[in-house]
Design a protein around this ligand. Structure first.
Ligand SMILES: [Zn+2]
Length: 251
């Protein structure tokens, strides 16, 4: 196979690899955005679960306090009756002290209930807010998932098609050249570079003139001494409607 033919295959391979790289980037991006939304939804659901458990505990404590609060009101009532029935000062003082102590406990319960009420109110507002966000996020996932899945499927199909085309081109290339190409590609996304005037179009540095003269015969591939890419001579394509540019090597 002539070197010109090999160049054509190499350029085709490099174009296919650029396509595959672009497709892979899009695939990553699309998978990432859907995954990001799903993990945010999961975090939100976990937080909601915790907040609802806390609220339930608060409500349970509150209803226990309400029961105690009512019982204390009854006890105060009984102590008042005791006070009315007291037959001497000692009994009257004792009943009085009992009433005062009970009143204090009664007030404490009342304050605790009030504190719990406002804490529960805050928790409910936070839950409502998080729930609204959860509904919105779940809707966004449901809305975008079919579109994302469809474009993922399209991208995957396109990638499979490009991979098959790649296989065809690779089978045409000399094995040694392909290995060289692949080994450069582990370090650089594009493994090949043209030159038409002695400047490597991969790294934009000049190659030694002797090397360039040899390359112009298009007998073998060179390796750019600077970027290490597979380097080959390719005459510049004339711009449409203009005269072919002067050969720089004869200028
Ligand atoms: Zn170079």
């Amino acid at each position: 196979m002539s070197i010109r033919e090999q160049i054509a295959f190499l350029e085709e391979l490099s174009a296919i690899d650029s396509d595959i790289r672009r497709i892979d980037e899009q695939l990553d991006k699309q998978r990432g955005s859907l995954e990001g939304m799903r993990s945010e939804l999961k975090r939100l659901e976990e937080r909601l679960k915790g907040d609802r458990e806390t609220l339930a505990t608060m409500e349970k404590t509150r209803s226990e306090l309400v029961i105690e609060f009512r019982q204390m009101a009854n006890q105060i009532e009984r102590s008042r009756e005791k006070l009315q029935r007291s037959r001497n000062e000692r009994e009257s003082n004792a009943a009085q002290r009992e009433i005062e102590e009970l009143r204090k406990l009664h007030r404490d319960r009342e304050e605790e209930i009030e504190r719990l009420n406002s804490a529960a109110e805050g928790a409910r507002a936070a839950i409502d807010q998080a729930e609204a966000k959860r509904v919105e996020l779940a809707g966004a996932i449901d809305g975008s998932a079919p579109g994302t899945q469809a474009s993922l499927a399209a991208l995957e199909a396109e990638r499979a098609q490009r991979a098959e085309a790649r296989q065809q081109v690779v089978s045409q290339l000399p094995v040694v050249l392909y290995r060289r190409y692949e080994s450069i590609r582990t370090r650089r996304p594009v493994a090949i570079a043209r030159t038409y005037d002695g400047t490597c179009l991969g790294c934009h540095l000049s190659v030694p003139p002797m090397m360039f003269q040899k390359m112009r015969r298009q007998e073998e591939f060179e390796r750019c001494p600077n970027c290490n890419r597979i380097l080959y001579y390719m005459p510049p394509e004339p711009a449409p409607g203009s005269a072919p540019p002067a050969d720089p090597s004869r200028a």
